[in-house]
Design a protein around this ligand. Sequence first.
Ligand code: ADP
Ligand code: MG
Length: 447
Amino acid sequence: MQDCETKSPWTQFLEFVQTRCSRAEYANWLAPIRLAQATPDEIVLEVPNIFVQEYLLDNFKGVLSNFLPMRTSGDLAITFVVAAAPKKEASRAPLQVEPETSDSSHYELKLNQHYTFENFIEGPSNQFVKSAAIGVASRPGKTYNPLFIHGGVGLGKTHLLHGIGHYIKEHSKKTKIQAITTEAFINDIVDNLRNKSIDKMKRFYRTLDVLLVDDIQFLQNRLNFEEEFCNTFEALINQNKQIVITSDKPPSQLKLSERMVARMEWGLVAHMGVPDLETRVAIIKHKSESRGLNIPSQIAFFIAEHIYNNVRQIEGAVNRLCAHSRLLATELNQDIVERILSEMFQSNAPQKKVSVESILKSVAAVFEVRVSELKGESRIKEIATARQVAMYLAKELIDDSLMKIAVSFGGKTHSTLLHAWKKITDQVQLNEILRRQVQMVRRNIES
Ligand code: ADP
Ligand code: MG
């Protein structure tokens, strides 16, 4: 008891939790907190950043209430102040070891030279992510931290990640930066464990200014590695060092520990969408021009309409056209392009025999209407549009007379069907949402 009186309640709290959490956890989260002021009614804690404050309250609120004064409202009587600049006192946190001096050539930064911000074509689907990436690259550790980029395969996540790397390398040469795939990170751990050089590796990662991690989904089901990654992550973020992570899924859908998911959701979670038609055309133009091939706009649109959900495939198509055009030495026209690229075209998948009923069912599901309404006469806009889409698809996908098809639509005439087909053909050119809905129905039918 006597001892307690001589020690501040904060110190008592620290001593208590030190026995209950891991060394790394303590070093990363608790050691960096400084007791700025203490009175019997209140304490003031200086934290390096808001994350440390959140961590403390999320994990130790109950324990803290046993040691520290409470306000009449029932809240803990703690005031937090965020330290103005990151603390350089390495000795405070045992894991922030002295800067790496020995050979680190093994950890050389490898960036794809083409993956720069300049080469990244912007559109509505990726504008937000790109500006977040530029923000992070311009002021590492000071805007969004971590920046978590997620989206489907081949949409440019790695490209933007390396873009950040290039930008920082070019603008602040002293910044210590590492870009790594999650697989490589895991391999590094394995190698270093084998060579008994794991401490050196830890030291390297924990003294970085910027860590760029690609494809974090590969950390799923790798428990031991997850913990090591999480410790590295925490050590860096608590020194306000920048972390950028890419993934094929948002954090909440990753099979990782709650601790890891929560860390990744701290900063900005940004989604990389599928580029719209115009952006795909711009990408085709950009990629082909950089390879010295001029693809006419009409052809670029034609390709973009047929390859729509993976930029890597679009790039593959451009490469193939470049190779052929060198051999052919003729102007590209739609027929040639279709012949060269036909097996890459997504809507050219072998077609099954399609029935009007399957089209109606698919349209009803995507447009959220009933099949009976599609066959009926209602002029409510949503229903009428859905009905016209069904007619359009029936004409596109069913190899039968228009008259016969029209009958399956509750006895419509063949001119009604033709009118619907023309209208939707025009509208899908202009209306991206409608185009996507039509694609979705088509895919449902064809899959
Ligand atoms: P992900 O990591 O999302 O699977 P990548 O970054 O590897 O995708 O991108 C696949 C290819 O597509 C790369 O060659 C990249 O340069 C290109 N790419 C993707 N999006 C764009 C874009 N918006 N502008 C230019 N190229 C892009
Ligand atoms: Mg990638």
